[in-house]
Every structure is written in structure tokens, then in C-alpha cells.
Design a binder for this molecule. Structure first.
Ligand code: HEC
Length: 499
């Protein structure tokens, strides 16, 4: 029998095929990680380990499998049979797997689980993985997994780009390369031959607190006009160390931004280092929407004489659409489309209905998902389901006439970032779902939306990392960016095993 320390030298057939067309970081470490990225199988019906009639699962094995699925699968993939490569890199006789799981190893990106599991649970988990690796136990087949998961689709998670910091903006260029905005102020193009090329020509970016280089969005007719929209924190020319959110557009020629135009600068510029927003979205008529947070001064959000705590709407060249809700109010900013927001870091057009969905960070609790509509007041800080970070009450009011109720709110906060609607039909059962990321709890929430309501939601991609951005590629794949270490991940659907 082969030694535990020799891993099986086998790759899933589907994975081998994918290697041919998926851009992966050339760096050996991530190639290795890619070899480990594996199928996440899910049950169509909740089942327990007792259903594993072909397997001699003990209670400890089935608990270990459930722990694996809940805590490890987000990074290593759900089907343990595939948790394999050429050999274990980081495990030897003198540093056993249980120690690695318990203590983690920050330089390779493997988290510590000593707060999650007892030593006994850790050893059971390591022993279980050992049994799978040695072939003495089989992982559950699809449809008979231990532990319930209502997800209807199977998928791989693959690291496409690594070596980033906080990848905030992600776009797909027609030649197959990726445009990536890294928050500290670097714009990259990840080429089809897997090189990270820095793009020149950015304006001065105020990288402070939650500010920096933020969202990216291609014009809906990018193929014709080449416009790229960029959100960032600007620093004031006249008042040092103050700033706000700005929107610019530019074209890309030979990895340099050219024809740059600054379309909007949020006002006032202040020294506050948080709540910059910012996400950009276009609607089907070509209007551009973007969000600016309350800039740490909550009373901003209810006043229409400043840019903060608002969704704004402009034409694609930065003009005010004549039917914006406050164009006739001379005290109000005419770019405002909706107000009473705290800090929106996710916005997505529902392609079926044309509704603009958005989520925002609440204080302690009270994160919201809203459908953003023209001229409407979303209530912050007059009404909220959250409380202050120090536990004091902001307001007892959760509803008031003239203020919108969220479609959904979260107590405690999940810290939402990134939002997209699933397009196409590559992911069976997820068609048209709303995906929304959690920075704080490292997962993506999949919501089924019907008639302006969320009728079902579940966590997918658990423990994937701090989710910053979710995007659908033009060929309808889900891409996710995570922070610390910053990576771009691709979710690849897998057929329910026929092998
Ligand atoms: C946030 C992502 C993440 C999570 C969650 C995670 N790991 Fe890891 N783990 C890594 C990375 C990155 C590595 C190093 C590269 C590699 O082996 O993929 C690693 C390495 C390992 C290795 C060593 C692999 C080798 O070849 O030496 C083992 C074993 C392992 N993890 C087990 C687990 C178990 C068990 C869990 C769940 C309790 C878990 N990991 C959860 C990211 C993660």
C-alpha cells in the first residue's frame, strides 16, 4: 500500500481539460493550488452519512466530512477524492496534517482552525482525509453526501490570478484578458498568457482607509467606443488631505489610459477615510449609476445638497439626465438618483426586469438589500435595523412614511460587497439568481428573486475568503475577487459525475 505521504497522482478528467483554456497564474505555487482545486459536490436532497451504504463511515468520519465541507471546501473543493496532487507539499511525518489544520500557515494562505475545532475534531478530520487519500474510505457520491446542502449545482473554484492586494474592480476585455483594479492604486491587465501588466495613466489616487482605486465598468457598447469607467478616491487640490469619490472614463491603448475625462467628483471633500462606496452600473438605456457612501457623516445621507449617502445617475458622458429627480431643486445636487444610503458596495441591474438592485453596509447589523428607484429615500440614518458599533441605539425607528423598506436586511451584519445576477445557464438551478458577497463571513449568498422579492436564499462558496467583487464574464462564468491575499477566482460548473 502506498504511503500516506505520497498523494495519488491523478487529476479529474474535467480539470485536465480545463487546464487548456483557463488562464492561471504562472507562478508554481498557484499552479499547485490549482491542481488541488476540486469539485464541490452537493446533495439534491439533504442526506446523512447513513446513506453512504457503500462506505463504512463512522460517526467521526461523517462529522469530519461535514467539517470539511463547511470549513475547507470553499478553498480546497468539496469532493475529497479530488483533494490530491503530486505530493503533499506542507505535510511531513514531523509536521503532521492535524498541526497544519490547527495552526495554519499564513505564508501559504492556509488559515488556522484552532478556534473552530477541538484537537480531537482536528485529528478526526486529518484521519478522515488520510483514509480518503489512502483509498480505505471513499468520499460520498453526489446525492449521498453527508451534511445538507441545498445548492443545486456542482462547481470547481479555480484561482485565476494571484498576487493582488484588494482586487476591487474586475472587467473582461474582448481579447480575453482581465482588467483588475487593485485598491492601493494599481490597475492591471491580466493577459491571456497570464502576465499581470500594470496599466499607466491613472490619476492621483487617495489610498486611505476605505478609499483607493475602486470599481471598473466597461461601457455597454465598449466594443464600439472603448470607454472604461473607473471609480476612485480623489484628493482635493485645494484642501490637503481631504477627498471624496470620483468617476472618470478613459480608453486603453497599449496598456495606457488615454483620452481620460473626469466625469464626477463627490462633494464635499473631507478628511474622513471611510464610506466612499463605490460601484458603477449601467442600465439598458445607457445611463450610468454609481454610489457614494455617507463619508462617515450619517446626516449627509438625508440631505440632498451633498453627494454622500446617494446613488447618482449620469449619462455616459457625464451629463445630468433631464429627468433626474432633483433637477428642479436648486439646493439639491442634480446627479442624485436616490438617497438615504449608508455605504453601497454592490449594485447590479436585474437583466430580466431592468431593476437596479443594490446592497449597503449597515452599522452593527442592518445591512440591506434594496431595489433602487428614482427619487426614493432609503431611510439612513432615520430608520435602520442596525445599532451603533458601541451598542448604543441610533434610532428605534425601522419604518417611516416616505422611506423605503429594504427587500432584505441582515442582523448581525455580513458586510456585503460585490453583487451580480447570474446570466446564462451554465449553473443548473442558479439561473437568474442574485449573488451577493460577504466580506465578513467569507461566502457568497445566492438569492432567488421573484417579483422584487427574495423568495429563497442560501450560502454558497463558504469560506472562500473576504469576498470583494462578483462579476459575470461575457461567457457567463461567475468570477469572484477575494482579499488578503488578493485573488481572482473563477467558479466552474461541473457535470454531476457520470464517471
Ligand atoms: C482560505 C482558504 C483555505 C481554507 C478555508 C482551508 N485551506 Fe487548506 N490550504 C490553503 C492553501 C492556500 C494551502 C496551500 C496551498 C495548497 O496546498 O493548496 C493549503 C494547504 C493545505 C494542506 C496542505 C496541502 C499539501 O499539499 O501539503 C492541507 C492538508 C490543508 N490545507 C487542509 C485543509 C483543511 C482540512 C481545511 C479545513 C479545515 C482547510 N485546509 C481549509 C487554503 C485554505
Amino acid at each position: 500500500m502506498k504511503s500516506f505521504y505520497e498523494k495519488k497522482n491523478k487529476l479529474p478528467a474535467a480539470e485536465k481539460k480545463l487546464l487548456n483554456f483557463i488562464p492561471v497564474a504562472s507562478n508554481v505555487f498557484f499552479l499547485f493550488q490549482l491542481l488541488l482545486s476540486v469539485l464541490v459536490f452537493s446533495a439534491c436532497h439533504p442526506a446523512t452519512a447513513d446513506n453512504n451504504s457503500g462506505n463504512n463511515y463512522t460517526k467521526a468520519d461523517s462529522l469530519a466530512y461535514t467539517n470539511y465541507k463547511n470549513y475547507c471546501a470553499g478553498c480546497h473543493g468539496g469532493n475529497l477524492d479530488e483533494f490530491i496532487g503530486n505530493k503533499w507539499e506542507y505535510i511531513t511525518e514531523s509536521s503532521p496534517m492535524a498541526d497544519l489544520i490547527q495552526n495554519g500557515q499564513s505564508d501559504i494562505g492556509m488559515p488556522a482552525f484552532k478556534k473552530t475545532f477541538s484537537r480531537e475534531e482536528t485529528e478526526q478530520l486529518a484521519a478522515y482525509i488520510e483514509k480518503i487519500n489512502m483509498g480505505t474510505l471513499k468520499p460520498p457520491e453526489p446525492g449521498e453526501t453527508a451534511g445538507a446542502n441545498t445548492a443545486k449545482t456542482n462547481y470547481f473554484v479555480k484561482t485565476v490570478v494571484s498576487g493582488l492586494d484588494i482586487p476591487w474592480g474586475l472587467e473582461f476585455l474582448p481579447d480575453g484578458s482581465l482588467l483588475i483594479a487593485d485598491k492601493p492604486g494599481k490597475l492591471y491587465r491580466f493577459t491571456t498568457d497570464e502576465k499581470l501588466v500594470e496599466i499607466a495613466g491613472l490619476p492621483k489616487i487617495w489610498h486611505i482607509g476605505q478609499g483607493g482605486l475602486l470599481d471598473l465598468k466597461l461601457h455597454p457598447r465598449f466594443a464600439e467606443n472603448g470607454w472604461i469607467y473607473i471609480a476612485y478616491s480623489y484628493v482635493s487640490d485645494t484642501k490637503p488631505n481631504t477627498g471624496n469619490t470620483a468617476i472618470m472614463r478613459a480608453k486603453l491603448t497599449a496598456d495606457k489610459l488615454v483620452n481620460s475625462e473626469i466625469l464626477y467628483k463627490g462633494l464635499p471633500a473631507t478628511s474622513k477615510a471611510h464610506h466612499f462606496g463605490c460601484r458603477i452600473e449601467f442600465d439598458s438605456q445607457g445611463y450610468m449609476y454609481f454610489t457614494i457612501g455617507d463619508r462617515g457623516e450619517q446626516e449627509n445621507a438625508q440631505k440632498t445638497d451633498n453627494s454622500n449617502g446617494k446613488t447618482h445617475r449620469l449619462t455616459d458622458d457625464g451629463k445630468i439626465p433631464p429627468d433626474n429627480p432633483f433637477v428642479n431643486d436648486k439646493h439639491a445636487m442634480s446627479s442624485i438618483y436616490s438617497y438615504g444610503h449608508r455605504n453601497q458596495q454592490g449594485i447590479a441591474l436585474n437583466p430580466l426586469t431592468g431593476e437596479l438592485w443594490s446592497h449597503e453596509h449597515g452599522p452593527r447589523g442592518g445591512d440591506e438589500i434594496n431595489i433602487v428607484e428614482k427619487g426614493k429615500n432609503y431611510g439612513w440614518p432615520d430608520i435602520t435595523y442596525g445599532i451603533n458599533y458601541d451598542g448604543t441605539i441610533i434610532t428605534n425607528e425601522t419604518r417611516k412614511p416616505g422611506m423605503e423598506q429594504p427587500v432584505k436586511y441582515y442582523v448581525p451584519s455580513i458586510a456585503p460587497s460585490g453583487m451580480a445576477f447570474v446570466t446564462g445557464n451554465l449553473y443548473p438551478g442558479w439561473e437568474n439568481s442574485l449573488l451577493s458577497g460577504s466580506l465578513r463571513f467569507n461566502y457568497v449568498e445566492r438569492c432567488e428573486v421573484d417579483n422584487g422579492r427574495i423568495v429563497f436564499s442560501e450560502k454558497i462558496l463558504e469560506n472562500i475568503g473576504r469576498v470583494r467583487t462578483i462579476r459575470m464574464s461575457p461567457d457567463n462564468y461567475i468570477y469572484i475577487t477575494v482579499e488578503n491575499p488578493g485573488r481572482v477566482l473563477k467558479v466552474i460548473p461541473a457535470p454531476i459525475s457520470s464517471e
